[in-house]
Design a binder for this molecule. Structure first.
Ligand SMILES: [Mn+2]
Length: 423
């Protein structure tokens, strides 16, 4: 199913007049409004192929009707999100879940839908049917070189798949670690991982990047080989200039100051990418901004500041949502996540950076807090709506999605029990 421009126009009809009035009001309030709208209108977030259907918990999985059953249908779903929000023109694939028989067919379809391929994701955290050696005790860190070789070969295959599709980056997240003290020699595991990563890095084209994602626990509960940003940073530094650290918001111990990590990484030119989600306890993978919207805003404050003062020449990070959907329609949930990310970004762009710096230099704590909170409390709904309008998208994407009855259309097209591999 493809949403037409006419359907979107029609969905905007009843909302246009109020929107114009709101925008005129807002123009009087913010001096840099036009600039903020422009940044948001040009901003895009990649949608992961694995978030388009129902995720699951350790205890069960409850499917939705009309889930995508293959890569083509996943692209169709991303196009629906992009057409409605104007801010999701890329998809991030997971291999082997999204292996394409003919990359040129997939690439042509993506081109037709106006989508491109963000970071490729390798998978050595589970065993595949045809696989010779098991990753039960690790992949890139494994004690047995033949297992490591197999995991390296898989990552190289993922890079080759990505080259065929026009992707420019590889994200490596490892489940490697241990559940029991004594199970794993930390130093050996680290060194094996580094040497395996080096073999993968050697295969990266010159215009590619490698993102190293860290996580403190889960699926292993005693140790993870790449447990934190420091470890990821060390590995990336050892690999070379194409390797960076990737921050997944859910991959921190409770109450970690993620915005400070982001600031430090940009200062060093090492922030490669972002996985957005929200959490209350651990890697909950909830919709972005539902639990800690202020934290997300503070992270964007560091991003805005970091890129305005980009002394280390940090590249623009890869932006991606990494969430899981158990209750909500995944497409509605992803639309809400796109909205939450742009809300935080727009609010951060409204921060008076000059006044904040003056307050900081004068150690005026009260003023600094007021400046941040003034921006956070601003209503940016109209900014997002205007940015969407300029992209020929929907003023209210969730409402438009419901009016168009997209989910039922997808059920009609694909049936009630369709599900893709990996979901
Ligand atoms: Mn992630």
């Amino acid at each position: 199913m493809r949403i037409s421009k006419e359907q979107i126009k029609e969905s905007n009809n009843g909302l246009l007049e109020t929107h114009k009035e709101d925008l005129a009001q807002l123009c009087k309030k913010h001096k840099n409004l036009e600039q903020v709208i422009d940044v948001i209108a040009k901003y895009n977030i990649a949608i992961p192929s694995w978030a388009l259907g129902a995720g699951g918990t350790r205890f069960g999985r409850f499917g939705f009707g009309g889930e995508p059953g293959n890569l083509e249908q996943k692209l169709d779903d991303v196009a629906i999100i992009n057409d409605l929000t104007g801010s999701a023109n890329a998809v991030s694939l997971h291999i082997p879940w999204d292996i394409s028989e003919d990359a040129s067919v997939i690439k042509a379809k993506a081109d037709l839908l106006g989508l491109n391929f963000d970071a490729m994701n390798s998978n050595t955290f589970q065993d595949q049917k045809e696989q010779e050696y098991s990753y039960k005790f690790g992949s890139l860190c494994h004690t047995d070189k033949t297992v490591r070789d197999q995991a390296v070969a898989h990552n190289i295959e993922v890079i080759d798949q990505g080259i065929a599709l026009g992707s420019k980056s590889l994200t490596v997240w490892l489940a490697d670690g241990s559940n029991f003290p004594g199970q794993l020699n930390f130093r050996r595991a680290f060194e094996n991982t580094l040497s395996s990563l080096k073999e993968i890095y050697d295969h990266l084209p010159d215009d590619w990047k490698m993102f190293i994602e860290y996580k403190p626990y889960e699926p292993n509960f005693y140790s993870m080989v790449i447990q934190d940003w420091g470890t990821s940073h060390m590995l990336a530094k050892d690999l070379g200039g194409k390797a960076y650290t990737l921050v997944d918001l859910g991959h921190h111990l409770p109450n970690t100051n993620i915005e400070q990590i982001v600031s430090t990484l940009i200062t060093r030119g090492m922030l490669g990418g972002f996985h957005f989600n929200d959490s209350k306890y651990g890697d909950d993978d909830l919709s972005v901004g539902v639990i800690k919207p202020y934290q997300l805003f503070l992270i964007f404050n560091e991003l805005v500041y970091g890129f305005e003062n980009n002394k280390a020449n940090n590249p623009v990070p890869a932006w991606m949502i990494d969430a899981s959907h158990n209750l909500k329609d995944p497409l509605e949930d992803l639309i809400q996540s796109v909205d939450a990310i742009e809300t935080a970004y727009a609010k951060a762009l409204l921060i008076d950076q000059k006044a904040l710096e003056e307050a900081q230099l004068a150690n005026d704590v009260v003023a600094a807090q007021r400046i941040l909170q003034d921006a956070f409390q601003s209503d940016v709904k109209t900014i997002l709506a205007e940015a969407r309008l300029r992209n020929a998208a929907a003023i209210d994407p969730v409402q438009a999605y419901r009016k168009m009855d997209v989910r039922n259309e997808l059920i009609k097209e694909r049936g009630m029990h369709n599900a893709a591999t990996g979901l």
